[in-house]
Ligand binder design. Structure first.
Ligand code: 13P
Length: 253
């Protein structure tokens, strides 16, 4: 099973989101059964889509962020229960733009992840190193620190799920992919570390997505790598025909 997830970031009004979903629904379900499609719209579009009746059954929805608390006086925050009430089952946690631009700490990322699991949402934990960290030879220690902070003392129950996305910060929105060797190296390290944090069988079962300048022309060579279970795609998910093409490519692997 390959997973193709589109992170719309801060794009699309309600009208634009509804037009997109109408268009992708008209293109039909991905041809091959083994592909799971997930879109991550902004909160406003997410709420509007869920009530629209436009979202086809083969397309799941997720939120781009989530609060670290269940409820209360946290102005501007959105809780897991609110996200579930909008028909979404996933949330991105620790996206690099939130870590590096908004300034989210490892500790906040952990609280968000735990809050998702308590609130029946599958978190997609994003990890990845900056170019300075890669050049300094600290890719492994940065990723392990992010995983350790997010997963410390965590035990997943049978009905709790987790996805991990490796998104090297230097590959996001730059047009520069990590090479297949770099992706395999990072994913294999993440896989081993997940097994040591969460136990062998749980660690082995967690899907690993790659993100960073994925486009229809380069996706086949990435998604067919043995360590890659799918992609987390920004820019190329913004047009329905591009996103649909990515689904077809993943289905062919
Ligand atoms: P791009 O695909 O635009 O590089 O963005 C990747 C990303 O950040 C997905 O979460």
């Amino acid at each position: 099973m390959k997973i193709v997830a589109g992170n719309w970031k801060m794009y699309k009004t309600i009208d634009e989101a509804q037009t997109y979903v109408r268009q992708i629904a008209a293109l039909g379900a991905p041809q091959k059964a083994g592909v799971q499609a997930i879109l991550f719209p902004n909160y406003v579009a997410l709420g509007a889509l869920s009530g629209s009746g436009l979202v086809p059954p083969w397309l799941s929805l997720g939120a781009q962020d989530v609060a670290g608390e269940a409820e209360g006086a946290f102005t501007g925050e959105v809780s897991p229960a609110m996200i579930v009430s909008a028909g979404a089952r996933y949330a991105l946690v620790g996206h690099s733009e939130r870590r590096h631009i908004i300034g989210e700490s490892d500790d906040l990322v952990r609280r968000k992840l735990v809050n998702c699991l308590r609130g029946s949402i599958t978190p997609v934990l994003c990890v990845g190193e900056t170019i300075e960290e890669r050049r300094a030879g600290t890719m492994k220690s940065v990723i392990f620190r992010q995983l350790d902070a997010a997963l410390a003392d965590l035990t997943l129950t049978a009905d709790q799920h987790l996805l991990v996305a490796y998104e090297p910060v230097w590959a996001i929105g730059t047009g520069e992919n990590a090479t297949p060797e770099q992706i395999e190296e990072a994913h294999n390290l993440i896989r081993q570390h997940l097994a040591s944090c969460l136990g062998d069988s749980t660690g082995r079962a967690i899907p690993l997505l790659y993100g960073g300048s994925v486009k229809p022309f380069n996706f086949a060579s990435i998604v067919s790598l043995p360590s890659v279970d799918g992609g987390l795609i920004g820019g190329a998910s913004l047009k329905p025909d591009n996103f649909w093409e990515l689904l077809q490519i993943a289905g062919g692997c």
